[in-house]
Write a protein that binds this ligand. Sequence first.
Ligand code: IMP
Length: 202
Amino acid sequence: MRKLTSNKLVLASHNKGKLEEFSALFKPYDIEVVLAGDLGLPEPEETGVTFEENAVLKAKAASLATDLPALADDSGLCVNALDGAPGVYSARYAINPTTNQRDFEYGMEKLHKEIGENADRSAYFVSVLALVWPDGHVETVEGRCVGDIIWPPRHGQGGFGYDPCFQPLGHDKTFAEDAVYKEKVAHRHKAFAELIEQCLPL
Ligand code: IMP
């Protein structure tokens, strides 16, 4: 795998929350992270049918526009009883047709209804990170976290998206109820640990 030697990279996202999360993760490695949205770059349409395709197309667009290495993540929730749905469509799945807004209370209830009487409530979160260099070189890593869809959702203090209805395997709290535990086992953190191991010089 190619090593990242630049001390600056673009995060191919418009999400300030992701900037904070990745800036903190890269800080010990002395790498400055700038947000594509803050540079005025447009957000490419996520036309891929896999997490990897979407992560790569976002990172490629940002790297091409800035001439810097670019990092993108694509993530989602896959439910086994639904053949892996909503998967890459996790964000779109939560759009409430009444308001045309993303609404995770609506999305979680839709999941619960679609699973129905199926005894298999197992699911997993996936995060794929793509690192793309200006010469077009691509590296990708993936992290997963397995668990169950629980009902009703339990919110607790933190979390976002589908966190209140996801309970990681071997734990009795949802991701929303236990953010400290989430940090240790979550998909994005596993993918990031893999990226550091593979792409950062020792
Ligand atoms: P994207 O990776 O920004 O395209 O977002 C994918 C969608 O997956 C998010 O809008 C959330 O719905 C869902 N998702 C991804 N990671 C998590 C997580 O850690 N907790 C809850 N929901 C998540």
